[in-house]
Design a protein around this ligand. Sequence first.
Ligand SMILES: Nc1nc2c(ncn2[C@@H]2O[C@H](COP(=O)(O)OP(=O)(O)OP(=O)(O)O)[C@@H](O)[C@H]2O)c(=O)[nH]1
Length: 304
Amino acid sequence: MVLQDLGRRINAAVSDLTRSQNLDEKAFDGMVKEICNALLEADVNVKLVSTLRKSIKATVNFKDLPPAVNKKRLIQKAVFDELVKLVDPHAEPFKPKKGKPNVIMFVGLQGSGKTTTCTKLARHYQTRGFKSCLVCADTFRAGAFDQLKQNATKAKIPYFGSLTSTDPALVAAEGVAKFKKEHFEIIVVDTSGRHRQEKDLFDEMTQIQRAIAPDQTIMVLDATIGQQAEAQSKAFKETADFGSIIITKTDGHASGGGAISAVAATHTPIVFVGTGEHMLDLERFQPQPFVSKMLGMGDMQGAR
Ligand SMILES: Nc1nc2c(ncn2[C@@H]2O[C@H](COP(=O)(O)OP(=O)(O)OP(=O)(O)O)[C@@H](O)[C@H]2O)c(=O)[nH]1
């Protein structure tokens, strides 16, 4: 189920209830059930959905509501707050500092959108006054360096890589050292992926991490992978201990629930979402506006 569809369905469940003549406990339970079904169909983890259901019911506590209370508002707010909690890990995302090198290493499976997102992020910071560059430490996939080179050239971002080396940690270290010497402030390091989690990939990630000691490691997660997102992000977290997540392909037919579950499983904030193939298709992620937008409830923040 596409995220917008999920939002529409949750919104419809809340609206149906709050519009109905007899807003009784049975109708309220029906709404909670419909919201939970929608989340499950969107690949949100079963345990998370169960927690959300209990929290909404406890917050609203239908039986003991005083007659004067605005039930509509209360229910809307409870649903909104619980959805925000789902995507908010309560951890501060990394903020690069000006005037010093900030080394940002990307990890993720092959095809998740790493290379594209590396360029988007370098460009994002470049337009905000950071001297940015790209390092290609993907010596595994033929054509990876060419792809990064093309993207970097289009975005007018300096880059480093090797067509001949087979040692990704060495290439990464060389690139980072060169750009540090040249006083770059954002040094984005692209690493290789594999089709699935495997030992080779994890060994390589650890070696690169050791070689460049990144200030931040970002995991790129494809929104279309659904249920696998949770296990995948947990495995990456154990090895690479990434501090942020970027979800890509949120513009496609993705069931974003998997991504939501990944956040909860790793207590790691989503910092950006990819919204298309173009260089500019990168949006900052913030839990409250995200949920407002998903539900088409522009006014919910004001209700807080
Ligand atoms: N629609 C859409 N496509 C995206 C997005 N981000 C990346 N892509 C596309 O996804 C495909 C894979 O992206 P890459 O950047 O090559 O993936 P990668 O993870 O670097 O792959 P490897 O280098 O093989 O590990 C490309 O066709 C990108 O254009 C996004 O946010 N939306």
